[in-house]
Structure formats: C-alpha cells, structure tokens
Design a protein around this ligand. Structure first.
Ligand code: SIN
Length: 186
C-alpha cells in the first residue's frame, strides 16, 4: 500500500531559514545521487541500524508485489555508515517525492569520518507507516528481493548497488552483506 509522506515532510520546518542543510544517506542515496549537492563527505550516525524492512511499492516493486528497501531501526550503540550531502533547501522537493513511500525527514546528529559533526536530516521509514514490512529472516528477505521489480528496476539491483558502494567505501554492514550472500541462492 502506498503511504505518501510528501505533505508531512513539507511541513517539517526545523531547518527553515537555513541556506544549506546536511542530508545523511544510508541506502539508495549513497549509490544514486540524482540531485545537486555542494559537497559530500563520508559520515555516520549513532543509534541506528540499516535494515531491509521497508516495502517498496513505487520503485523496486508494485502495489501487489512490493519489493524490500532499506530503512533504519533504532539500535542503541550501533553506528550506521553512509554518505552526507550538503544541499540547498530547494532540493528537498525532489527528495520528498523520491522518498514519498513512507519516509519521514528526521533531524539527526551526523558525524563526519574526517572529524567534526553537524545536525542534519535523514529520511527514515518508521514501523508505523503503511508500507512497512518489518523484520524477516535474511534468506526470506533475499528471496523477496530476487522476485521483485518496479519502475526503478529490479529490486536485486538496489541491493547489489548498495553492497558494492559500501565495499568501495570500505564500510561493513553484516545485514546487507548477509542478504547479498543469500541472493545467490535465488
Ligand atoms: C537513504 O538512502 O538514505 C534512504 C533510503 C533509500 O532511499 O534507499
């Protein structure tokens, strides 16, 4: 089921008046930066883990056969590595549309790999959104990913592009790499 979050995100006024905002990407925003940015830096956020627990009815699946894409789940002590982009506020119109199937903008503290930190935004699909699928065994997640495709292409490309991007950045993620290993079975 589609759960359009565009209107909610447009009411998010935390960074109103800012000319530049840091955005933290942990999924497709790492490997598909189809938006203008001023600068990008390797970064991480604390207290969250990346999981293939969000349904995709609009990009990597369909209304009747949703794919699985990433969201973040609260995980005290965990560190999620990703990419931070410095963007202008106009870019959020595009991002809100791209992330409309259940993702909400949330303010987070972003730690840059080369030192300092800044408050910024991340798109998170929480467990109360209509497209949320939730936890499943990693092999079942891989099976669903192998069988799904949508307007943005095969669901397996989302997984392998992300795994390749994490490897090239020198970042580990046991969940992502376990699902990728299972994908070879289907
Ligand atoms: C993100 O990449 O930060 C959000 C989830 C996605 O678009 O895959």
């Amino acid at each position: 089921m589609s759960h359009n979050t565009i209107a909610i995100n447009q009411r998010m006024d935390k960074f109103d008046g800012h000319h530049r905002v840091w955005l933290f990407g942990y999924g497709s925003l790492i490997f598909k930066a189809d938006f203008p940015f001023i600068e990008r830096r390797l970064a991480s956020i604390e207290g969250w883990s990346r999981r293939f627990w969000q349904g995709s009815h609009d990009h990597r699946g369909t209304e009747t056969a949703p794919g699985r894409v990433l969201t973040l789940t609260p995980d005290p002590g965990a560190v999620c590595a990703g990419m931070a982009y410095l963007i202008t506020p106009e870019v959020f119109a595009h991002l809100d549309h791209r992330e409309k199937n259940g993702y909400l903008r949330l303010a987070v503290n972003i730690n840059f790999d080369d030192g300092d930190s800044e408050e910024g935004l991340v798109y998170i699909a929480t467990d109360d959104n209509a497209a949320y699928l939730g936890e499943a065994p990693e092999r079942d997640i891989a099976r669903q990913i192998a069988a799904s495709a949508g307007p943005s292409g095969p669901n397996r490309d989302y997984l392998t592009n992300l795994a390749d991007a994490l490897r090239s950045l020198g970042k580990d993620d046991p969940h992502v790499f376990a699902v990728e290993r299972h994908l070879a079975e289907f």
